[in-house]
Design a protein around this ligand. Structure first.
Ligand code: NAP
Length: 277
């Protein structure tokens, strides 16, 4: 068995967070998971009497985060790995979707994750070791109509992860952005926020997308338990990856995007270099 670690995972009530917590416990690690109710806390802690710990925390409760992390360090032990998993998808045509929905999307998916990182970093930096995994999405590399705010939030988290990794590498801290494709979690079901339709011009492009996503929910290709094992492999690696795609759909779509991007860069290269001096 790999050496036992303490993992702090946000959002362990379902989906990736729960699957990773279960696989990590089975591998002999300790897991502190965040949940959003006392009942969910009790339920999570019933997974293991001496290795599963839960803390009630909404990641948008920014003022509470530092205190929760300090308390975990003092009472459970040094956090070896932070997994910023808590997040959700907003679905809606951008022109129809209120700015308040964008703020909420970024509060949870970006600001919450950053606040968690800022809380653990002083401890990891003092120890000169640590690993942060940010669950982004293939939607942090590629885009689809109808999830502009979500893609924006995941592109932001990809960029923040990559840049932070360069800042903290000298302190022995690794940062990995994990970008899953479509997986069988509650993401497209109970967790998704869907803005109602209001502009008929978008019916043709958007209605089939919304319908297909609703129909596919629960039947996606990806298995969260297998994703959890892949994340544990990244956690155990001597040199963890900066970016890790999960799922053959993510692999194909991101490769297509990179090759289209390269084609466009080449097609406009002479214009690009015409601006120097
Ligand atoms: P999920 O089953 O809906 O799980 C989401 C988890 O995040 C739940 O535990 C939820 O807690 C928690 N959460 C949501 N908002 C929160 C907040 N403000 N504060 C604290 N916890 C919060 O979906 P999932 O797919 O496992 O989602 C996990 C991550 O994977 C998300 O970042 C998502 O964007 C990403 N992702 C998912 C897919 C996919 O296909 N499933 C693909 C790419 C990326 P509650 O139970 O209290 O709501």
């Amino acid at each position: 068995m790999e050496s036992s670690k303490i993992l702090l995972i946000t959002g362990v009530s379902s989906g990736f967070g729960r699957a990773l917590a279960q696989e990590a416990l089975a591998a002999g690690h300790k897991v502190v998971g965040t949940v959003r109710s006392v009942e969910a806390k009790r339920e999570f802690e019933s997974l293991s009497a001496d290795a599963a710990f839960a803390r009630v925390l909404d990641v948008t409760d920014f003022d509470a985060i530092d205190g929760v992390v300090e308390e975990i360090e003092a009472s459970v032990g040094p956090i070896d790995v932070l997994v910023n998993n808590a997040g959700y998808g907003h679905e809606g045509v951008m022109e129809e979707s209120p700015l308040a929905e964008m703020r909420k999307q970024f509060d949870v998916n970006v600001f919450g994750a950053v606040a968690m990182m800022k809380a653990v970093l002083p401890f990891m930096r003092a120890r000169r070791r640590g690993h942060i995994l940010n669950i982004t999405s293939m939607g942090g590399h590629i885009t689809m109509p109808g999830i502009t705010y979500y893609c924006g939030s995941k592109f932001a988290l990809e960029g923040i992860s990559e840049a932070l990794g360069k800042e903290v590498k000298p302190f022995g801290i690794a940062v990995t952005a994990v970008a899953p494709g479509s997986f069988r979690t509650d993401w497209a079901g109970r967790s998704m926020r869907r803005t109602p339709r209001s502009i008929p011009d978008y019916d043709a492009i958007f209605d089939p997308i919304r319908k297909a996503r609703e129909e596919k929910s629960g039947k996606q290709l990806g298995d969260p338990q297998k994703a959890a094992r892949a994340m544990l492999a990244a956690i155990a690696a001597d040199r963890p990856p900066t970016h890790l795609l999960l799922g053959s759909d993510a692999l194909g779509l991101v490769r297509d995007k990179l090759s289209t991007l390269e084609d466009e860069i080449r097609a406009w290269e002479s214009v690009t270099v015409s601006t120097d001096c």
